[in-house]
Design a protein around this ligand. Structure first.
Ligand SMILES: C[S@@+](CC[C@H](N)C(=O)[O-])C[C@H]1O[C@@H](n2cnc3c(N)ncnc32)[C@H](O)[C@@H]1O
Length: 416
């Protein structure tokens, strides 16, 4: 059996090679904190694999996990912690991330980690004790409210997905402080590092793609708008979409021709690259997904082959959505390099075309723009207390309950 020390140094090497870990401080934290002591039920191999490990379920759904080390490293690099800083984590889980942060801020700093689930906090307490970690205060509570008793914080990090940017978090940051959170953006989830400006607005320092469990409690956000087809495919639309998912589900019963786009596509492009760009450019974008048995149905196997997770993006034309086009793999296309494969557009619905023509044009445009992805995004978030923003040309505006998001692309959006 491999020793914890050897497994840990292998993991750090892997995270460095993949450029997930970039700074000496984050490398040192991963090299020092014993992850296996935060996953008492796991083998050493599992504890040091670069995988998320679910630690608690409700109704068959994971409600807590030790996040994937790659993702934790990306977010810790985004957070840019320094010795002596005071940091709040929302989503304490196993306590492992809190322990990594305690190592970075050192004895002159402090970490407060909050979780809504008392059972998880009790386990995190045991884990931190077993790993002899000092400098972490654990709190049971709804992190949507932050932790006013410990404010202000130099840094606040959510390791759980949020639908909105809540005023409590902004109020509890020092001027110039940084908030890192997995934020829902039109069906994708983005880890955004926001810096608090003197005008009360938050501006992104970096944006990355991510996938986290969602907040429970008062910050849970609206339920996803979705409808199912008879074959169990799930049609999911963004909460500010004008598309009726039930109309799309009906349209999917009438398949038309498949048209090649000539553009290669890979699994990551569904949520990050093309899928994200499309959702921001066109409000009629939706996602078609299948899970469990439905993922093995002949329809899902034919239409949803782009990623291992059986999903794709689609556009509709007009309302409510009976003219629909899905991005699929080109059945006649020759596989490209890596996980890329030529994409095609599958026509659906009696109108047989306008949505497909638009989707084909959009796919080619995204490719011509250099295949923009989350890392190319710039996001500003303005809350009611901030100055009302002038919206620069070319920005997408998304209004949440508490915040207005202005999203744009850092790279040119005209083909060169
Ligand atoms: C992905 S896990 C966090 C992993 C953790 N950072 C670690 O290192 O193990 C997400 C956590 O967020 C917690 N959570 C969900 N809703 C919450 C809320 N409203 N306030 C605080 N924690 C919450 C869940 O109970 C879960 O433990």
């Amino acid at each position: 059996m491999v020793s914890p020390e050897r497994a840990r140094s292998r993991l750090v090497e892997e995270l460095r090679r993949g450029s997930r870990v970039r700074s000496p401080a984050v490398a040192d934290a991963f090299a020092t904190v014993p992850r296996h002591l935060f996953l008492p039920g796991s083998t050493i191999e599992t504890a040091y694999s670069d995988e998320a490990i679910a630690t608690k379920f409700a109704g068959g759904v994971a409600i807590s996990s030790a996040s994937q080390p790659s993702m934790m490293a990306i977010m810790l690099e985004q957070l840019g912690l320094c010795p002596g800083q005071r940091v709040l984590e929302i989503g304490a889980g196993t306590g492992y991330n809190a322990a990594l942060m305690a190592r970075i801020v050192g004895p002159s700093g402090s970490v407060t980690a909050i979780d809504i689930d008392p059972e998880l906090i009790a386990q995190a307490e045991d884990n931190l004790r077993a790993a002899a970690v000092k400098g972490v205060e654990l709190v049971v509570g709804d992190g949507a409210l932050g932790h006013p008793d410990g404010a202000p914080f130099d840094r606040i990090i959510l390791t759980v997905g949020s639908w909105d940017v809540r005023p409590e978090w902004v109020e509890q940051l020092v001027p110039g402080g940084r908030l890192v959170l997995p934020l829902a953006v039109r069906g994708s989830q983005l880890s955004v590092a926001f810096d608090l400006g003197g005008d009360g607005a938050l501006r992104s320092d970096s944006v990355r793609s991510c996938a986290f469990i969602r907040l429970r409690g008062i910050g849970a956000g609206p339920a996803t708008r979705a409808a199912s087809t008879g074959d169990g495919l799930l049609i999911q639309v963004a909460e500010d979409s004008t598309v009726d998912p039930a109309a799309v589900a009906a349209a999917l019963q009438e398949p038309g021709p498949v048209r090649a786009t000539g553009v290669p596509i890979g699994p990551a492009d569904l949520w990050d690259g093309l899928g994200l760009w499309l959702a921001l450019a066109d409000r009629s974008t939706l996602r078609v997904l299948a899970s469990g048995e439905a993922a093995e149905s002949p329809l899902a196997r034919r239409l949803l082959r782009i990623g291992p997770d059986r999903g794709t993006v689609a556009l509709v034309d007009g309302e409510p959505g009976e003219d629909c086009a899905l991005l699929v793999l080109d059945p006649r296309g020759r596989p490209g390099t890596g996980r890329l494969h030529p994409a095609a557009v599958q026509v659906f619905g009696p109108a047989g075309g306008p949505a497909a023509a638009r989707l084909g044009r959009m796919v080619r445009r995204w490719h011509a723009l250099g295949r923009l992805n989350a890392a190319d995004l710039v996001i500003a978030a303005v809350l009611p207390s901030g100055e009302p923003p002038a919206v620069p040309a070319g920005r997408t505006v998304i209004d949440k309950e508490f915040s207005r998001l202005l999203l744009g692309w850092a790279r040119p959006t005209q083909p060169t």
